[in-house]
Design a protein. Structure first.
Length: 536
């Protein structure tokens, strides 16, 4: 069975603007727009009567949908997904106040640069709050994406304090945004309002990573490499089982699927653990690697559990450093861990979770899933879960309600089937005995990405069996109204020049016709005419 370069060669752009047609990209997931995109080649092949072609196209859908799960279903992914909304929510009042005070400028960054150069100080409180939050969150994201970005981050001698501070702000801001929607009294979420004094002590005591000019432990990679490694090797296991179990690692290399960012984490895993590169993709070495990816993106030291090791807040939460620690732990006795992965079963997953979580000094990740599931006894959470059942959400903070509800539903099924979501490629065909194929297929459809692009390039909501199409469309429209507002706030703060109202990534051909409504929304929300804003 020959593989198709047309359907499988991997070249992915994390933040593509709109349609993938005319590019070599077969699929993409945008982290801040919550969109799964597919090329027309893939779409047409999904409807093909030629089964091998359909399987290869399906593997791309699986790959991209795993990116959705990484962001909406993992502990770190949830916080990362909430950065944009959290920044907008935390900045809202500050922006309104500086407008009232007469500081009607874009960008806020550019205004601050001019002001600082002229006065040699920054003494406008609301602008300081906006920019400090902006840089703290941006630097936390950059470091998490790839620890090597620290070289760039350290060049900012004005706004960057230390990674410990940036991570503190990322966790506290996103959890605070969650709390305002699901737990205003902090009955179950980590009590972030009590953290500040503890982080100040870390700074005073010069704990590594928590003071100015501190050294910092880093991993050679970050979540970008981990996410792509997890997605591609699940895709390859699916293709091997569905097409031909004789397919080799070299076969996939020759068809352009194993290169660059896709193998960065796997090659590091092999080098650190001193395990040999397998010739076949169903080898337990690949299974253990996929578990290492899964565990690395699910920290619990500060979310969903309260902080239990504040001195190691960075190393126990940063996915890249966690991945490094997991690989080092496996290297102490690689055969003992390899021998656990035989059937890709739930029991094996739980065994690995306990053994490796404890091995890197963390609470068992699998057990912390159950801690999340206890939250449903609180009224705010049970109400949001009822909204999720009908996909009919209250307007207030709708994106937060939607994102959290999908995270919670994922935890419910991850607790029941942790092995399926860790080793999905292995379970995505009828050739396994751990779970029947119908159940697996139902799980995939249940947790399919909410929003995908259509053949015309316009974003459309996924229609779920048994769910009201009107509710789905109403939720979709409101979600992206908020999303556009978040985007405009981000641009106002950080993007030089006129406002860019080009939302082709959302509307495609309708983008131009939507501009007046978008401008009107921004003006009404901040009670300001756009021509009052001075462009710097």
């Amino acid at each position: 069975m020959k593989l198709s370069n047309k359907l499988l060669s991997t070249e992915e752009e994390f933040n593509c603007e709109s349609t993938l047609n005319g590019t070599s990209i077969k699929g993409a997931y945008n982290t801040m727009r919550f969109v799964l995109r597919l090329s027309d080649d893939i779409r047409f092949a999904l409807d093909s009567e030629f089964e091998p072609e359909k399987i290869q196209a399906s593997s791309t859908v699986i790959h991209e949908n795993i990116h959705w799960w990484q962001h909406i279903g993992s502990n770190f992914g949830l916080l990362f997904s909430l950065v944009y909304p959290a920044f907008a929510h935390s900045t809202n009042k500050n922006l309104s106040r500086i407008i009232s005070s007469g500081y009607k400028y874009k960008s806020i960054k550019k205004f601050d640069e001019h002001y600082y150069k002229k006065h040699n100080k920054s003494d406008i409180g609301d602008i300081n709050m906006i920019l400090n939050n902006f840089y703290d969150l941006e630097y936390a994201k950059l470091f998490a994406l790839d620890n090597k970005n620290i070289e760039h981050i350290l060049k900012d001698r004005r706004f960057f304090l230390n990674i410990g501070h940036s991570y503190h702000i990322l966790w506290s801001n996103t959890i605070h945004t969650l709390a305002s929607t699901i737990d205003p009294k902090y009955n179950f979420l980590p009590k972030v309002n009590n953290w500040l004094s503890h982080f100040k002590k870390l700074e005073e005591n010069k704990v590594t990573g928590f003071h100015i000019d501190s050294d910092i432990y880093i991993s050679p990679l970050g979540i970008k490499a981990i996410y792509e490694g997890q997605a591609i090797f699940n895709q390859l296991q699916y293709l091997t089982l569905a097409l031909n179990e004789e397919l080799t690692y070299e076969d996939f290399e020759n068809y352009g699927m194993l290169h660059g960012i896709y193998i960065e984490a796997f090659e590091f895993f092999l080098k650190t653990t001193q395990l040999n590169k397998p010739s076949k993709l169903l080898n337990p070495v690949v299974g253990l690697f996929l578990f290492a990816c899964d565990l690395s993106i699910n920290p619990n030291n500060g979310f969903p559990n309260e902080i239990y090791d504040i001195n190691n807040f960075i190393s126990k939460n940063d996915p890249g450093i966690r991945f490094y620690s997991i690989c080092n732990k496996i290297s102490e006795d690689p055969n003992a861990y390899i021998n656990i992965v035989n059937r890709y079963s739930k029991e094996e997953y739980i065994n690995l979770s306990k053994k490796l979580s404890e091995g890197i000094g963390c609470k068992c990740y699998y057990e912390s899933i159950n801690d999340v599931l206890t939250w449903s006894k609180f009224q705010e959470v049970s109400s949001i879960l009822k909204e999720e059942e009908e996909l009919k959400y209250s307007y207030e903070n709708l994106p937060i309600r939607l994102i959290f509800s999908k995270y919670y539903r994922f935890q419910e099924d991850k607790y029941k089937y942790p092995n399926v979501f860790c080793w999905f490629g292995f379970h995505a065909t009828s050739k396994n005995s751990n779970i029947d194929f119908k159940s697996m297929n139902d799980l995939f459809n249940k947790h399919h990405a909410l929003y995908t692009d259509d053949i015309d390039g316009e974003i459309k909501p996924t229609l779920y069996k048994g769910k009201s199409e009107k509710n789905i469309m109403d939720t979709f429209n409101t979600f992206y109204q908020f999303n556009i507002l978040y985007d405009l706030i981000f641009k106002w703060v950080s993007e030089e020049g006129e406002f860019n109202f080009d939302y082709k990534w959302l509307f495609n051909k309708r983008a131009e016709t939507e501009i007046p409504a978008i401008k009107d929304m921004l003006e009404k929300y901040f009670n300001i005419a756009l021509d009052e804003i001075k462009i710097l």
